[in-house]
Each structure stands twice: as C-alpha cells, then as structure tokens.
Write a new protein. Structure first.
Length: 277
C-alpha cells in the first residue's frame, strides 16, 4: 500500500481542516497516511520510514520544519500553502485534492535543492552540527547593539563586519532574509552560497556569491547576546570567539514538483511582483 505523510501547522485552523481533508482523501483512495504537528519532530521521524512523500500543510515555517525532518533521506517534500506568501510551496490550499491526485497518478518529478550544514565550534570546546534548507544567520540578540564578525571564504579572509549580523543562504533561501537584506535571488536549482551582511556599518563589500566547494567561517569577535539562527526556528546563543562554519550539505533536499505548475521565475513575479510582466 502506498503511504503519504503530512505535517501541519497546529495553530492554523485551515491547516487542521486540510489535514482532515487529506486524511479522508487518502482513506477513499486506498493510500495509508499519517499526520503530525510540525513541532512534533520525534513522531515525524518515527513515521517517516516507508513514506513515499511528505506533504507540508501551512506556510514557509511549517515547510522548513518538514524539510528538517527529511534531511538526509531520499523522501521528497511538497508544500501546500496555507500561510501568506508561501514561497516554498508548489500548490495553494484550494489545489490540495488536485495535488494529491497528481501524486497518486505520478504526475510529478523530483527536484534537488542544495541545503546547508553549519558546524558550530565553541570556545568552551563544544561542537555541534546543524542543517538548514534556507539560511544560517549569525546575529545580535535582543540588545540593540551591533556585532563584530570575521567572515572568511575558505582560508581567505573576506571582511570584518560591524553589523546586525551575517546571513549565509542557500539558493532556495536567497528569496528570504538574504533578499530582504539586499542579497540577490539565485535560481533554486543552482549550487552556490550567498553571504549577506545585515545593516553593515561602512561596509564596501555587500552580498557575495560563493562556490559550493567553499566554506564560510563566521567568528564572533565582539558583541553581547549573539545568536545563531537556523532556518528561523532554531536559535542558540553564541559567545565571543565562537565560530560558525557554513558549507553546502552533501545530500540535497528533494522537492516534489507537480507537472504543470508555474516556473520558478513566474512564481517570483507572482509572489513579490519583482520582475516586469
């Protein structure tokens, strides 16, 4: 029996209704299904093995949590937008049944998206590895005081930024925080990193695009209450001297692309009205 997994935003009534609708569709079409709130990482991890696809019901935040769940697996993910912009989704809420029918009939393909790995080396000696689909941010905390951050590209020192923070984004994440801070939009199937400072003081080097063979070490030189933020939902404190090294992940995140959906650059125009019609 085929098996679809679902994650949904438990604070969104429309997402709960969509899960109920999806579960009913699966039952009527002979498809096994399971669904959990996006925050329930343990239950999602336990249910994933044997699933054909993971479907996110919510906005971009829900999708990013779902992406974290499938990282390191070959299970593709499809977003059904129940939020506002929904840049990561490939179908809108009213298209839920059509999307499920397309998946069942095989009218879709997989698209590989580059993800990121952040290696955190702390002055305490502790080490940690985190994964991201969109971006890794080294930023100031609650206090309105800038950070000083040393940024390198591989072994080459790029700049010491006095700024609110540094964003290292994937091509998929280039439409998010990095773009808001002045970075470029990359084609999502390209393989590059985008390094963008946030409100940098007297900086001549703004956003730069980096080869996926390079790593981007970011070291906190000074600043109070610095934090590392991963995809906007994992936040951990950083101390002076802590280093965050961001690089391309070895394994991609696989997106489910339904046949007949609008191309990426049409989506850009539709979502944020960036390009001329």
């Amino acid at each position: 029996m085929r098996r679809f997994g679902f994650v949904y935003n438990p604070t969104n009534d429309l997402a709960q209704e969509a899960w109920d609708q999806a579960a009913g569709w699966c039952s009527a079409n002979g498809v096994a299904s399971w669904g959990y709130a996006a925050e329930d990482a343990g239950s999602i991890a336990g249910a994933l093995p044997g699933s054909e696809i993971l479907i996110s019901l919510g906005g971009d935040g829900t999708f990013l949590r779902a992406a974290a769940a499938v990282a390191g697996t070959a299970i593709p993910i499809l977003g059904i937008n129940l939020g506002k912009v929904g840049f990561l989704a490939r179908a809108e809420s009213f298209q839920l049944v059509d999307a499920l029918n397309a998946i069942l009939a095989g009218r879709w393909a997989q698209q590989e998206r580059m993800s990121l790995v952040a290696e955190v080396a702390r002055v305490s000696g502790a080490r940690e590895q985190l994964t991201a689909l969109n971006d890794v941010v080294v930023a100031r905390g609650a206090l309105p005081r800038v950070l000083k951050v040393d940024v390198a590209i591989g072994d080459s020192h790029l700049a010491t930024y006095v700024a609110d923070g540094i964003i290292v984004a994937s091509p998929t994440g280039s439409t998010g925080y990095s773009f808001s801070a002045g970075g470029p939009i990359l084609d999502p199937i390209s393989r590059n990193l985008v390094v963008t400072p946030i409100a940098a003081y007297l900086a001549t080097l703004r956003s730069v695009v980096v080869s996926p063979t390079q790593s981007v070490p970011c070291t906190v030189v000074s600043g109070e209450e610095a934090v590392i933020s991963v995809d906007g939902w994992i936040d951990e404190p950083l101390a002076v001297g802590d280093r965050v090294t961001v690089s391309a992940a070895a394994s991609p995140i696989r997106f489910a692309e339904l046949h007949g959906v609008a191309p990426f650059w049409d989506l850009v125009r539709q979502k944020v009205d960036l390009l001329p019609r």
